[in-house]
Design a binder for this molecule. Sequence first.
Ligand SMILES: [Cu+2]
Length: 330
Amino acid sequence: MILAAPVWAQEDATREAEEGRARFEQKCTVCHTNGGGDHIGPDLAGVTARRSREWLRQFILQPDRLLADGDAVAVELLNKYNGMPMPNLGLAADDVEEILAYLAGPGAGTGATGRAGGREPQPAPDMLLAQSAILYTFLAITALIVIVFAVVVSSTRTPTAVDVASAYRLRRVLFSIALVLVAGVAIVTLPRAPYAREGTAADRIVYVAARQYDFVFSDEPIVTADDIARSRRIESLQLPAGELVEFRVTSLDVTHGFGIYGPERQLLVQTQAMPGYVNRLLVRLNRPGPYLALCMEYCAGGHHLMQASFTVDDAKPIASHRTQPPSIAR
Ligand SMILES: [Cu+2]
């Protein structure tokens, strides 16, 4: 005879599966669907029937470890998925239990969470103007250089005696003009660069650890993947508008880039994320809205997936008595 589980146990199980669903959507749907077909990794619908609990537990927790140990299934999967290994996501054992509860549960396999086809459309970025201005300037300068080269080439068809002294004079003049131009542009633009001065004290420090293929935010330094598993990560980062934030950026594996895109999806600031180093990015994000951090350096097969999001709220404007460092995002 099968006894029905007590109501409280059922509620607990539902809650666990719900948590698991949220975690799955947050951590797994860049690569997996649950019933929506293969994506970067396999469709995980029915995976709990296909593999043993214990194997799944170990694999989701430490796929790299299983692969290093030469686990037959892990090796086969790697080959099947074009040699793209599933990254170690630094999950805690509890997270994995929740995700497995969700994958094994009744809501699984409906494809509802698959992002492969159902990813929400992003609002069209409003950055055409700035981007085209840069592109056309670049094209105009390129055309100018091509013309100069063409003139020089055609003028040297027939050799003539060159007046070396006047050539050097012309060179001095051109060099002076270039020098003045560069100095002028630097004087005008440098103060507007979005980076705060060295030594300015930040209102908030956010530690950023990059790894294949995401960014982890934390209030404490992250040096190893274990630090992340100790659940010190900030799941949803919110920053007050106008606050001076210092991102301390490092990497847990290879070199990545950490580029911050504002609500208009324009690149605002960036620095490198290097293993063994901490790069500081001091910025004041004035414009409220959704921000994205994208990897700016090709770091392997999943590079294009590597992103993290955070929001800037104007709920708590900061009245600062300090001289304002240059700000970005008008
Ligand atoms: Cu990358």
